[in-house]
Write a protein that binds this ligand. Structure first.
Ligand SMILES: Cc1cc2nc3c(=O)[nH]c(=O)nc-3n(C[C@H](O)[C@H](O)[C@H](O)COP(=O)(O)OP(=O)(O)OC[C@H]3O[C@@H](n4cnc5c(N)ncnc54)[C@H](O)[C@@H]3O)c2cc1C
Length: 377
């Protein structure tokens, strides 16, 4: 079958849309398909924190590169992305966490990542609504917040302006090894390469990939533009994010551009249903109240759940799949898919065009893990 497109991308979440944008920018002909509208899957349920994390050297390089690409795009499209570079404030509750702050600062300094250490007095000055008695914090200067649905819409619009085509409200029933896709309605479309960017739906379309769902809860409040100035997170968040089994909560609050606050976060690896779990929601909110007592008095508007597409080694799958060299993956971004979407798109386009990527990309290759088999990292 003669390919109609160079690249067919299945899934128009923020990751698939970024792949469409970067591939179209690279001069490839692209079809972006989704069973729904763009950005309505996990992307619509996420927090939009563009954040530096440092689990591993490759994660640092990935987040740093990803943040840089967003910053460049924000220069031309700040309003469309609803971009605000407020920085992250990691809060230390005790001496041990304060030591962690200093260690992180030293580490980041060596990587030329801008951070400031705040002692207790300075912390109180920059965030007066935090509870008294905290030890201090680390301000990560270049972290930012964007609004994932509008950022995704912008990426799709840019891809289309560059010649990409979209096919929304069309379910893909099968991705075939010859780079064709079969729609649920029966139509077959041929590509030179298919990228499975279907997030939590990706394992249903490509055999043998270990992407599983990690449920999260979020609460959005009415407008309180004066309450906090940064995205504020407890250092214990990192421990919670690492817990792969069982349920965990951590204090993580984001000020949105419109003055609303997003309160998170929770992680559950076994819960598969969408309904709000009132026990974990209560635990999550109590954790937030412990850090910012004034949150007890704010008016919540809505709460919801979402599923992070996770992998066992906490790194995404980016590149050729194990089933066919014509089926590639861009999935498994867990809690970092908003941050790393653009970098994922760029890495995919680099690999297709045989360009050298700005960061090492071997750690993301799907060949590293086979469902049920050994995993590196
Ligand atoms: C509560 C919560 C908070 C988060 N906060 C942050 C944060 O602050 N910062 C951050 O970086 N990340 C965050 N994340 C993670 C981030 O939201 C995800 O990593 C990211 O949205 C994943 O994007 P995606 O495009 O891979 O998946 P999705 O957005 O789910 O996109 C996949 C798309 O594929 C489509 N699809 C699936 N199957 C098919 C099929 N068979 N046919 C056609 N289409 C199909 C779906 O409709 C969907 O639109 C958070 C996640 C949650 C749940």
């Amino acid at each position: 079958m003669k390919p109609t497109y160079d690249i067919i991308i299945v899934g128009a979440g923020i990751v698939g849309s970024a792949c469409a944008y970067e591939c179209a920018k690279a001069g490839l002909t692209v079809l972006l398909i989704d069973r729904d509208a763009a950005g309505t899957g996990t992307t619509a349920t996420g927090m939009g924190h563009v954040v530096m994390l440092d689990d591993s050297d490759i994660q640092v390089a990935f987040c740093n590169y990803a943040r840089k690409l967003w910053m460049e795009l924000a220069e031309e499209a700040q309003d469309q992305l609803e971009w605000e570079a407020r920085g992250t404030l990691w809060v230390a509750a005790d001496d041990e966490e304060m030591q962690h702050v200093r260690d992180k600062h030293t580490f980041y300094e060596k990587q030329n990542i801008r951070t400031h250490v705040l002692d207790a007095a300075l912390l109180e000055q920059v965030e007066p609504n935090l509870r008294k008695g905290l030890c201090g914090g680390l301000r990560v200067v270049d972290d930012a917040v964007l609004y994932p649905p509008t950022a995704t819409k912008y990426l799709v619009e840019q891809a289309v302006a560059l010649g990409a085509e979209t096919l929304f409200f069309s379910e893909v029933a099968e991705i075939r090894g010859d780079a064709s896709v079969v729609l649920a309605e029966g139509k077959i479309i041929a590509g030179g390469l298919v990228i499975n960017a279907a997030g939590c739906g990706s394992p249903e379309l490509t055999e043998g990939i270990d992407v599983f769902k990690r449920k999260g809860h979020l609460v959005v409040t009415d407008r309180y533009p004066e309450l906090i100035n940064h995205q504020i997170i407890e250092l214990g968040y990192l421990k919670a994010a690492h817990t792969m089994t069982g349920d965990s909560v951590a204090f993580n609050v984001q000020p949105r551009k419109d003055g609303k606050l997003l309160i998170g976060s929770s992680r559950q690896s076994t819960a598969q249903h969408k309904e709000v779990d009132h026990d974990i929601l209560g635990r999550m909110l109590n954790r937030a109240f412990e850090y910012i007592p004034a949150l007890r008095d704010v008016r919540a508007i809505r709460c919801w759940t979402g599923f992070r597409p996770a992998t066992p080694d906490k790194l995404p799958l980016i590149g050729p799949s194990l089933v066919s060299e014509k089926i590639w993956l861009a999935t498994g971004h867990e809690g970092l898919g908003i941050t790393t979407a653009l970098a994922t798109g760029r890495i995919i386009a680099d690999r297709i065009l045989d360009r050298r990527s700005e960061i090492p990309t071997e750690s993301f290759l799907p060949a590293r893990c086979r469902k049920g088999g050994p995993v590196n990292g």
